[in-house]
Design a protein around this ligand. Structure first.
Ligand code: FAD
Length: 354
C-alpha cells in the first residue's frame, strides 16, 4: 500500500506524457502499466507500420524524437523512443501492474492492481488507449461466417495470407495500408460504407502536418467540431495508385456474409477465406466501471478529458478529446497539461497510505 499525488493508469505515450508533465510540476506521479515492458501498444502494431507524421511532429514533451526530423519513423523506432522516454521520465513506472479497480473515496482514489496492491492518490489519469477494445461492427452474417474473421489489431504481416481471398472492412489509414499490403500476395477487396477520402501527405512541398501546425488546426478545439466523421487516408500517392490498379479493388460494403460467402451490393456472391475488420478501437476502461465515470456504452463522460462525473479523474489519449492531435504522439503532451490542471484542482482530504 502506498500513496501518491497522481496515479497514471497506462504507460504508453499518453501515460508517459502525463507523468512527465506531472513531474515537471513537482508532483510524484506513479505509472501503472499492465504490460511486461515499455512501448504501450506499439510493439503489437503491424510490422510494416510507418508513422504518418514526420519525426519533427512525433515527439512527446521534453524529449525530441531522435534522428532526421523529416523522416517518417518505423514502428520499432517508436518502441525504442518510448523505451528511452520511460527510462528518462521522473516517475516510478511499474510494469505488470494491471489496474483492475478504481474507487473514488475519502476525497481521493483507491487504485487496486491485479496482484491486490492498493494505491491511494489524490488524482487519477486513465491513459489506457483503445487497443484492448477493438471495435467489431455488427454486420449481417458476420457472427456465422465460417471463414476467418480477424481484427486489424491481430494483423502483423501478409505472409500467412498468401493466395487467400480477403475482404478488408474499413476506410481509414490502417484499412488501406493493410489492404494494399495484403494485395501483394492475395486477392483483396477493400470495402467501405461511403467513399474513400484521401489527404495528400504533401502540399506545396511541405508535409501535411506542417500545415496543420502552422494554421493551428492541429491543436484547436474547433477542429473536431468543424470536421466531423471519419479521418482521411494520408497518402503520398501510393495507396490511390494501388486502388486504381485494382490491388486491392474498392467496393461498396457487402450486403451480407453467408456461410463462407460474401454477397456484394450488386447481388453477386463468392467464397471468401478471411474478413479483416479494420474498424478501429474504443476506449478501454473496465476498471472504472464502479465509479460512475462511464456512460452506458462504456465511454467516459468527460469534457476535454476531464471527467464530468468524478472530480479528480481525467483521461489522456482519447480520440479527438480536445483536438485532431489528441490521440497522437504529438498531441498527448498538450492534453496532459490541460487535464492535470483540472484534476489537481480537486482537493484531497485523505491522500494517505492505508
Ligand atoms: P497505448 O499505446 O494503447 O498504451 C496504453 C497502455 O495502457 C498499454 O501499455 C497497456 O498495457 C496499458 N493498459 C491497458 N489497460 C490497462 C490496465 N487496466 N491497467 C494498467 N495498464 C493498462 N499516432 C501517431 O502519432 N502517429 C502515427 O503514425 C500513428 N499510427 C497509428 C497506427 C495504428 C495502426 C494505430 C492503431 C494507431 C496509430 N497512432 C498513431 C495512434 C496512437 O499514437 C497509438 O494508438 C498509440 O499507441 C496510443 O497511445 P496510448 O498511450 O494512448 O495507448
Amino acid at each position: 500500500m502506498s500513496c501518491g499525488d497522481v496515479v497514471v493508469i497506462g504507460g504508453g505515450q499518453a501515460g508517459l506524457a502525463t507523468a512527465h508533465t506531472a513531474a515537471a510540476r513537482g508532483l510524484r506521479p506513479l505509472v501503472l502499466d499492465a504490460a511486461a515492458g515499455p512501448g504501450g501498444s506499439w510493439p503489437s502494431y503491424y510490422d510494416s507500420l510507418t508513422l504518418f507524421s514526420p519525426a519533427r511532429f512525433s515527439s512527446l514533451p521534453g524529449f525530441p524524437f531522435p534522428g532526421d526530423p523529416e523522416r517518417y519513423p518505423l514502428r520499432d523506432e517508436v518502441v525504442d523512443y518510448l523505451a528511452a522516454y520511460t527510462a528518462r521520465v521522473e516517475a516510478e513506472v511499474r510494469f505488470a501492474g494491471r489496474v483492475d479497480d478504481v474507487r473514488a473515496e475519502d476525497g481521493g482514489f483507491s487504485v487496486t492492481t491485479a496482484d491486490g496492491t492498493v494505491v491511494r492518490s489524490r488524482a487519477v489519469v486513465a491513459a489506457t488507449g483503445g487497443f484492448g477494445a477493438p471495435y467489431r461492427p455488427s454486420l449481417p452474417g458476420l457472427d456465422d461466417f465460417t471463414g476467418t474473421v480477424l481484427h486489424s489489431a491481430q494483423y502483423r504481416n501478409a505472409a500467412p495470407f498468401a493466395g487467400s481471398r480477403i475482404v478488408v472492412v474499413g476506410g481509414g489509414n490502417s484499412a488501406v495500408q493493410i489492404a494494399v499490403e495484403l494485395a501483394a500476395v492475395a486477392k483483396v477487396s477493400l470495402t467501405t460504407r461511403g467513399p474513400l477520402r484521401f489527404q495528400p501527405q504533401h502540399f506545396l512541398g511541405r508535409d501535411f502536418h506542417w500545415w496543420l501546425n502552422r494554421t493551428g488546426l492541429d491543436t484547436s478545439r474547433l477542429g473536431p467540431r468543424l470536421i466531423k466523421g471519419s479521418v482521411s487516408v494520408i497518402d503520398d500517392g501510393k495507396y490511390r495508385a494501388a486502388i486504381r490498379a485494382g490491388r486491392p479493388d474498392h467496393r461498396p460494403l457487402f450486403t451480407r456474409l453467408d456461410g463462407n460467402r460474401v454477397v456484394w451490393a450488386d447481388g453477386t456472391s463468392e467464397p471468401v477465406d478471411v474478413v479483416v475488420l479494420a474498424t478501429g478501437y474504443r476506449p478501454h476502461l473496465p476498471f472504472l466501471a464502479g465509479t460512475g465515470a462511464l456512460g452506458p456504452d462504456g465511454a467516459p463522460l468527460h469534457d476535454g478529458g476531464v471527467s464530468t462525473a468524478v472530480p479528480g479523474l481525467g483521461f489522456v489519449g482519447l480520440e479527438r478529446q480536445r483536438s485532431f492531435a489528441s490521440a497522437t504522439l504529438r498531441g498527448v503532451g498538450r492534453d496532459a497539461a490541460y487535464v492535470l490542471n483540472s484534476v489537481l484542482r480537486h482537493p484531497a482530504r485523505h491522500a494517505t497510505a492505508r
